[in-house]
Design a protein around this ligand. Structure first.
Ligand code: NAP
Length: 273
């Protein structure tokens, strides 16, 4: 059984620009929950002691780059989703004191895709660019959709090949260019940091199918250049904010067993942009 959290904390490094405290604190206020979502920006040397103190103080919260795999290893129990993705982005303390790890990036991505597409994509070919933790969450979500094929491209091909092996239920083809991945696909997902700090794009939108939808995991003020270019071409496109809100809202549901007000979370983010 879950203990009522006595503390909420985001663990990561560096955390200077995280939007999670803004949207989670807005959701906490709206729900009348007297807790503050803290930020624990700790270096690797302090990681073990910090995780131990989270366990001792009956904390719940989130984990972000670069500690999602470390917290997975430190948890006493894992949900099936955390195990399948290989990363923990959400945790809580159980009544028996166990630290439990979950992953809401995968269902958060699925919810963002559902908003963009108006439902589950029909059996078709999908493209994923990137082969890190974000891509693993995306592939786990895609397992629930039964696509015809998933094309996976990453600049380090060996990383894409080993990621593909972890999802045997998907028909994944690892390809050696982003163009080859995206040709004649119905949904193209960017799971790299390309476009986070500049106007770079993961693949030219001119090469995409005219019916394709574009889902970027990256978000930045004014949206990413890739999302803007896709819209200008008449494609359906969404940046990573929808996934951020959904993964955060699903985490809130895990901690408190109530639905947060997603509109309040969105308003807090919009006010900061
Ligand atoms: P990660 O584990 O570090 O993986 C990053 C992937 O992108 C790797 O395949 C890496 O390739 C590739 N990559 C990195 N820089 C690149 C570049 N300049 N050109 C081409 N490929 C590059 O990171 P992650 O956790 O998967 O996160 C990826 C992005 O998704 C980040 O921007 C993150 O903020 C975002 N994200 C957003 C949400 C959300 O809620 N919206 C959730 C999760 C992640 P190599 O192996 O060759 O380095």
């Amino acid at each position: 059984m879950k203990a009522r959290p006595e503390r909420l904390a985001l663990l990561g490094h560096p955390l200077g620009h995280s939007l999670s405290p803004l949207m989670q604190n807005a959701a906490l206020r709206a729900a009348g929950i007297p807790l503050t979502y803290e930020v624990l920006d700790v270096g690797r040397r302090a990681l073990d002691a910090t995780i131990e103190s989270l366990r001792r103080t009956r904390a719940a919260g989130n984990v972000t780059i670069p500690y999602k795999e470390d917290v997975l290893a430190a948890c006493d129990r894992l949900t099936a989703t955390a195990r399948a993705v290989g990363a923990v982005n959400t945790y809580w303390t159980a009544i028996d004191g166990a630290l439990v790890g979950d992953n809401t990036d995968a269902p958060g991505f699925a919810a963002a895709a559902d908003q963009l597409l108006g439902g589950v994509p029909p059996a078709s070919t999908l493209a994923v660019i990137g082969a890190g933790g974000g891509a693993a969450a995306v592939l786990h979500a895609m397992e629930g959709w039964r696509p015809r094929e998933v094309r996976l491209y990453s600049r380090t091909m060996a990383r894409a090949q080993s990621l593909a092996k972890r999802f045997p239920s998907l028909n994944i083809t690892v390809v050696d260019t982003a163009q080859a991945a995206t040709r004649s696909t119905s949904l193209v997902v960017n799971a790299t940091p390309i476009g986070l700090r500049d106007e770079a794009v993961p693949v030219d939108v001119g090469a995409l199918d005219p019916e394709a939808a574009v889902l970027d995991l990256v978000y930045r003020p004014g949206e990413t250049a890739w999302v803007r270019a896709a819209r200008a071409r008449g494609l359906r496109a969404q940046d990573g904010l929808a996934m951020l809100v959904e993964q955060g809202a699903l985490a809130f549901e895990r901690w408190f067993s109530v639905r947060p007000d997603r509109e309040v979370m969105w308003s807090a983010l919009r006010a900061s942009r």
